[in-house]
Design a protein around this ligand. Sequence first.
Ligand code: HEM
Length: 401
Amino acid sequence: MIDVDLSDPDTFVGGIPYAAFQRLRTEAPLYWQAEQNGGRGFWCVTRYDDLMAVSKDPLTFSSAKGGTNIFEVPEEDLSMLRLLMLNMDPPKHNKFRRLVSTGFTNRMVTQLEPHVREICADLIDKVAQKDSFDFVTEIAAELPLLVIAELLGVPMEDRHKVFDWSNSLVGFDDPEYKTSMETGKIASAQMWAYANDLASKRKEHPLDDLVSVLMQAEVDGDRLSEQEFDSFFLLLAVAGNETTRNLISGGMLALIQHPEERARVLADPSLLPTCIEELLRWVSPLIHFRRTATRDVHMHGQTIREGDKVVIFYPSANRDERRFVNPETFDVARTPNDHLAFGIGEHFCLGANLARLEIKLIFEEMLRRLPDLELAGPVRRLRSNFLNGIKGMPVKRARAH
Ligand code: HEM
């Protein structure tokens, strides 16, 4: 009997339950989790190879059938959710992905580099002279917000509106955010309307931003409909903010908690690329996504029935001892490091290159200018089984003693 409730956000409030995941991988690699809140229960997939197999078989493990969240979504809301590419299956997904990929190219990301570098430098300038500051609000939350807003061409004065909506759309398990399904719905409607307005402006007067490129994009003679564009905007704002924010704060915390590893990167900056991949593996900011079985499947001696919920757990796969040598060791020089923090298969993170760019530039700048950050108070974690999140992290320079 493994005493863990992966459906309960409280299980994650003290951190990822790594010991329980380790036991699940060994003793119950396909684990049935009952749900206290009236849900019908779900299968937990915790091993690396299994997460890969599920992600790479979208026809059996559907993202569209019941959406990608554990909670049950009423059918009338599902049709809205399916407008997000995250909740599409092939062949619809492939076509949509090709369309938006025309705007989301490496070139587009590379073009952003000088600007993202400037944003990082400005953020550090603002805190460099302070005795102490909150790392999440001043750095980790700001950077992705500014970058996405820049990418989408959201004017400066509207940026915090988009940020607030995005906050209401996730984290509704956490009482501090005072948000609910209802506030989430309102926020998404507001964001939707905002995107629509921005798109019509760019259609009339194209600028050099992603929105303008997407308005022109064409695959097999098809263009993005207004509704498709609005839903993509909403997905980018959510997917691009919360994940990257939590990687940056969780990553900084990992470096503070492993001073000898931080000293290695400081002494040899050529380790930064492997360090970043290790931060992604170590933090795994997204905890799970859900699929729904479209047919009966046998796995580890059990039968997943058609219609069952199947949930894949990234932080567990990323510490699978079958795949990683000493997975519980934080090693900034780890190679190979084929972590799955960005997922794999059809839905592999569209923003992975952008996220890597942001992470590289902010850690480069922080290690150079704030090499001795340490905690100045307790870390406050998000109450969520979806995001491995940090709400507050007071820090100070060691020299400020
Ligand atoms: C450290 C940061 C990030 C992490 C850990 C992360 C993680 C993930 C994961 C695991 C998926 C796969 C979902 C699935 O299989 O169902 C995904 C998909 C996606 N991500 Fe990210 N992400 C990050 C940053 C970003 C950024 C910066 C953007 C955009 C600006 C972004 C946009 C997307 C989109 C649009 C998808 C859906 C792709 C599809 O359905 O084909 N992500 N991400």
